[in-house]
Design a protein around this ligand. Structure first.
Ligand code: DNO
Length: 409
C-alpha cells in the first residue's frame, strides 16, 4: 500500500514540509484552478510537480505527484450537452500530458452538480473533537423548506418529512444560512462552487436525465477515455457518490457494488477502475466494504480509507465521520482484503502491486481547532488516521503473522 496524502497545492495550510514529517510516501493533488473541460497543459502539470518535489528551503522532498484527484468531468460531458465532445477530447489530451509527466493514476467522479454533501462541517463530539456530519432531517429541511424543490416531498419517508417540518419551524435564521452554506458551497475537490440559484438552475437541467441516461453517458465517456488511458498505460478510477443515495432529485449511478460492476463490465479494460472510498460507500448499510474489495479488487486503482458511524438502523440515514478505526466499516478486514489483493497482483506479475491509499478526511483534534483547513482535511486528525492505517498494514504483513492472515482472507 502506497501511503499518500491529499495536497491542495501551494495555498494548502498543510505544507510539503509537514507531509514529510508525517512520513507520507506520495502526493495526491489536482489543478483546481483549471475549469472542468479545459486541457491541463504540460507546464501547469510540471509546475505542480516541482511544488511537490521541493521543501520550503528548496531542498528536494523526494515526494512525487502519484495520483490526480480529480481530473474533473464537465457537467456538459455528464449531460452530453454543449461542447461535450470537445471536452472528451480535451480530457484525453490532459491524460496524455499527465502520462508524459510520469503520472499514471487519475481519479474522477460522475456525480451531477454536487460533489460530496454534508449538513455540518464541524459537528462537536463528546470528547471535544469535531467532525463532518450528514443529518438526514436537516438535509430534508434544506430540500423541502429552503430550496423548496417541487418534487422533494416524494423523496423522503413520511417520518423524516414530519421531523423536518417541526425542526424548520424552530430553526434559527443563522442555522438556516449555515445549512445552505454547508450544502451548496463548493466543498474541497468540488469542481464548481454554487449559489442557491445556481443549484436550482443546475438541478433543472437534470430534470430530463434519468438514471439510465446518466449511466449511458458515463459509458460513452469511458468508451472514449478508458481505451486511451489503457494505451497510455494509465489507470482511471471513479469515485463513488457521497453520500451513496440519490439527492435533490439528481440521478446517482455509482453507489453500490453492482453499480460499479455494471460500469466495469460495460467498458472492460483494466484501466477502467475504481476509487474505493470506504467512507462514502460505508454510509449505506448494504455496502460491505471488505467484500467489495474482494469482488472489485482487481480494478481498484486508488483507495480512500475513512470510516463513518451510521446513526440509524435504516439502509440510509444520518451519519457522521468517525475515527478511522471507529465507525461501521471493519477497517482491519478491509485492509486485509487489500493486502490479499496486492499479493495476488504480485503473483500475477502486475506492475501496480502497491495500491495508493490516503487517509481520507480526519476529525479536527488538538491544534487542528486553532487552524483553518479545507473542511475534512485537518493536519493532525489525518495524521492520526494515517498512523493507525499504516499500523494495521504493518501488523498484517508482519512475517510473524503473515501466514495466518493469508489463510483468513
Ligand atoms: C472529498 C473527496 C471528493 C473527491 C471527488 C473525486 O473529500 O473525496 O471531493 O475528491 O469526488 O472526484
Amino acid at each position: 500500500m502506497l501511503q499518500t496524502w491529499r495536497w491542495f497545492g501551494p495555498t494548502d495550510a498543510v505544507s510539503i514540509d509537514d507531509l514529510m514529517q508525517a512520513g507520507v510516501q506520495g502526493v495526491v493533488s489536482a489543478l483546481h484552478h483549471i475549469s472542468p473541460g479545459d486541457v491541463w497543459l504540460p507546464q501547469q502539470i510540471n509546475q505542480r510537480q516541482s511544488d511537490i518535489a521541493h521543501m520550503s528551503n528548496g531542498a528536494a522532498s523526494g515526494l512525487a505527484w502519484e495520483v490526480v484527484e480529480s481530473l474533473p468531468v464537465s457537467e456538459d460531458i455528464k449531460r452530453q450537452t454543449g461542447d461535450w465532445k470537445q471536452h472528451v477530447r480535451n480530457y484525453c489530451e490532459s491524460l496524455s500530458n499527465l502520462r508524459a509527466a510520469g503520472i499514471d493514476v487519475v481519479c474522477y467522479n460522475f456525480m451531477p452538480v454536487l460533489d460530496w454533501t454534508r449538513t455540518d462541517l464541524a459537528y462537536p463530539l463528546a470528547n471535544g473533537a469535531t467532525c463532518m456530519r450528514f443529518d438526514y432531517i436537516d438535509f430534508a429541511v434544506f430540500d423541502l423548506h429552503i430550496l423548496k424543490r417541487e418534487q422533494a416531498a416524494i423523496d423522503f419517508p413520511e417520518d423524516i418529512i414530519q421531523a423536518a417540518t417541526t425542526r424548520f419551524a424552530k430553526m434559527s435564521e443563522e442555522r438556516k444560512k449555515e445549512l445552505l452554506q454547508n450544502i451548496v458551497c463548493g466543498l474541497p475537490g468540488a469542481a464548481e462552487s454554487l449559489t442557491i440559484e445556481g443549484v436550482r438552475e443546475s438541478l433543472a437541467v437534470y430534470n430530463t436525465i434519468s438514471v439510465e441516461q446518466l449511466r449511458a453517458n458515463l459509458i460513452d465517456f469511458l468508451a472514449e477515455v478508458a481505451p486511451h488511458a489503457q494505451m497510455l498505460g494509465m489507470r482511471l478510477c471513479c469515485h463513488p457518490d457521497d453520500p451513496p443515495v440519490p439527492l435533490l432529485g439528481l440521478p446517482r449511478i455509482m453507489s453500490t457494488q453492482s453499480d460499479y460492476q455494471t460500469i466495469l463490465d460495460a467498458v472492460n479494460v483494466p484501466s477502467n477502475g475504481v476509487t474505493l472510498c470506504s467512507g462514502s460507500l460505508g454510509a449505506r448499510s448494504d455496502n460491505n466494504l471488505p467484500q467489495m474489495m474482494r469482488q472489485l479488487g482487481d480494478r481498484v486503482h486508488f483507495l480512500h480509507l475513512r470510516n463513518v458511524k451510521r446513526e440509524t438502523h435504516s439502509l440510509f440515514g444520518s451519519f457522521h465521520e468517525a475515527e478511522h478505526l471507529g465507525g461501521d466499516t471493519d477497517m482491519v478486514a478491509l485492509i486485509a482484503a487489500i493486502v490479499s489483493e496486492e499479493r495476488r497482483r504480485q503473483a500475477a506479475g502486475r506492475a501496480d502491486v502497491s495500491i495508493p491509499f490516503r487517509p481520507d478526511h480526519g476529525q479536527n483534534i488538538l491544534d487542528d481547532h486553532k487552524r483553518t483547513f479545507q473542511p475534512g482535511y485537518p493536519a493532525i486528525g489525518r495524521l492520526k488516521g494515517l498512523a493507525e492505517l499504516r499500523g494495521i498494514e504493518a501488523a498484517l504483513t508482519h512475517q510473524s503473522i503473515e501466514g495466518s492472515v493469508r489463510a483468513a482472507y
